[in-house]
Design a protein around this ligand. Sequence first.
Ligand SMILES: C[S@@+](CC[C@H](N)C(=O)[O-])C[C@H]1O[C@@H](n2cnc3c(N)ncnc32)[C@H](O)[C@@H]1O
Length: 237
Amino acid sequence: MSIIRNILNLPFAIIFFFISLIALVVNLFIPRKKFIEIQRRAQQNEISERLKSVEGLIKSGDKVLDVGCGNGHFGKAVADRLKAKVSGVDVVDYQHAEIPVKFYDGHKIPHRDGAFDVIILAFMLHHVEHQEELLAEAIRCSRDKVIIFEDVYFSPWQWAFVVWNDFYTNILFGAVRVVKGEAGKGLLSIPMPLTFRSVKGWQALFRSYPVTLKRTTVRHARHKPHSKCVFCLEVKP
Ligand SMILES: C[S@@+](CC[C@H](N)C(=O)[O-])C[C@H]1O[C@@H](n2cnc3c(N)ncnc32)[C@H](O)[C@@H]1O
């Protein structure tokens, strides 16, 4: 990230804090049908971005496990667009998922060693206190790749923004989604340890596993101080 962008992120973060509070109130008053439509469109845009970043990494016919799949929208898009066989695991059932899902205790992934070509961990590791253990589990279940999407930070103020944004998205805005009937009540009980890392922090963690980091792609949001990163790990045989 450029130094100017990094510095500008501080006023952006402060402005965004107030804008998001106003957005919360506005969304409460938007009619339910319109609210659901806006959420659906936002999710589709996000999924298109994610699909671009996994192009070439997931092949037709690959067996894919989406760990922490949530509503399964991303997994379903991977299945439909990339012709992969996708299933999920999660710890909370807060929305009827669009892919087959197994619920488990959040520690031992309920699948055998090397059962999948690709394991996806999309914006879920910062919901996990025992990241090291879960990452080892993901690597155990993969025979080829582990793809990780994460919110990352490049400065202390961006860290503060990312923490606020996660609390806002899952709890405050999550409550609005529940009130509107767009998500189930369980959304409010997903673990929130806020275990974020910087890009370098993640890369340092990956070095302690039998994997090769093949790709790191950072995507900076245009209108807010939000940076998302995709890491592709190749599992060593
Ligand atoms: C922010 S949501 C992301 C959902 C989905 N991956 C997406 O990108 O839309 C985080 C998800 O991780 C799940 N989660 C939290 N801890 C977990 C664990 N130890 N194992 C599997 N899933 C977990 C939560 O229940 C939640 O569905």
